[in-house]
Design a protein around this ligand. Structure first.
Ligand SMILES: CC(C)(COP(=O)(O)OP(=O)(O)OC[C@H]1O[C@@H](n2cnc3c(N)ncnc32)[C@H](O)[C@@H]1OP(=O)(O)O)[C@@H](O)C(=O)NCCC(=O)NCCS
Length: 179
């Protein structure tokens, strides 16, 4: 594992998402929608819906990062609103998605770590990850970067004819005593 991480690290560029990433990101995300429980959407996002998702995530103070390996979009990590009332403005919810070929090499960790740093610089206080309980790899990824489980919501979703449990993980990005 360590060897493969080092090997990948040499060629990886983590950078803010650009318009040229829209299509490859959409393909990575929609593959998950259609085949896995990592997203609870039932139907792929069409071009217009994905454009909206992209624009929301690239509008300050939100952020979207691309992991580029040898000119290819290997994955992305971003955050946007957790809940809409103004009282939640200092809290965000994140997303991390890698293309299948680039998993298990520490890339998710690099993306999420950088995303947390970007959020910290923008004075975001809390970051939430809402993860399917069976997605042990994502839970482990987040715990490894300081997220702690703050709650489990049994059977709050359904997909592929089964109930889904959600786990909420949270990290505080700074220690401001007051907002
Ligand atoms: C989840 C995802 C972002 C993780 O990124 P990654 O680069 O593949 O992460 P890694 O394989 O390096 O694993 C991250 C951690 O999980 C651990 N892990 C890997 N497979 C695991 C498994 N089956 N069960 C438990 N832990 C596992 C790794 O050892 C590592 O732990 P460490 O940081 O303590 O060493 C990536 O796999 C992905 O895009 N998956 C599909 C989409 C998805 O599930 N997105 C998250 C939605 S909430």
């Amino acid at each position: 594992m360590t060897g493969s991480r080092d090997k990948l690290a040499k060629a990886v560029i983590i950078r803010p998402a650009e318009d040229r990433d829209i299509k490859p990101m959409q393909a990575i995300f929609n593959h998950e929608v259609e085949h896995t429980l990592s997203s609870w959407r039932w139907a792929p996002l069409n071009d217009e819906e994905w454009q909206g998702w992209f624009e929301e995530h690239t509008t300050d103070p939100y952020a979207l990062l691309t992991a580029e390996v040898d000119g290819q979009v290997a994955g992305f990590a971003g955050y946007s609103s957790f809940r809409s009332p103004a009282g939640y403005d200092t809290t965000v919810e994140n997303s991390v998605y890698l293309s299948e070929d680039f998993r298990g090499m520490g890339l998710g960790r690099r993306l999420l770590k950088e995303l947390m740093s970007v959020a910290r610089d923008k004075d975001i206080h809390a970051m939430i990850a809402a993860i399917t309980v069976t997605n042990e790899r994502s839970i482990r990824l987040h715990q490894g970067l300081g997220f702690v489980e703050v709650g489990r919501l049994p059977q709050v979703g359904a997909k592929f004819d089964r109930w889904l449990d959600l786990t909420l993980l949270e990290v505080l990005l700074n220690h401001n005593p007051q907002p």
